[in-house]
Each structure stands twice: as structure tokens, then as C-alpha cells.
Write a new protein. Structure first.
Length: 63
């Protein structure tokens, strides 16, 4: 399976607003912990080690 790196969220602005709302009122440490949990939840949902490796590379490159 190949990582989808193009825009693929139907309502990207809505998701971004939800993401910001989830962080509202959290301390910096709590916000980092939320991000870490979200990454693990989504990684579990994806489940494909190859796709996850591609995602790590893409994220590290800043794309």
C-alpha cells in the first residue's frame, strides 16, 4: 500500500477546527500528549508498517 500524500480529507478546514478545539485549554504538555495519543490511534487504524514508515519519512522531511 502507498501512503496518500495528496489532500484526502473531505472537510479539511472542519477537521483542523476540530483539532484546534481538542487542544483548547490544554497545557503544552497536555497538548503534546494529545498529539502523541492521536498519532498512536491513527497508526493503529492504518496498521500497515510500510505505510507508517512512509508517513514517518514524509513527516520528518517536513512535507
Amino acid at each position: 500500500m502507498i501512503l496518500k500524500s495528496h489532500a484526502n480529507i473531505v472537510d479539511a478546514d472542519g477537521f483542523y477546527a476540530d483539532l484546534l478545539a481538542a487542544h483548547r485549554g490544554l497545557s503544552e504538555a497536555e497538548s503534546h500528549a494529545l498529539n502523541a495519543r492521536l498519532v498512536l490511534v491513527l497508526a493503529n487504524h492504518i496498521g500497515d508498517a510500510g505505510v507508517l514508515a512512509q508517513a514517518l519519512t514524509l513527516a520528518r522531511e517536513g512535507s
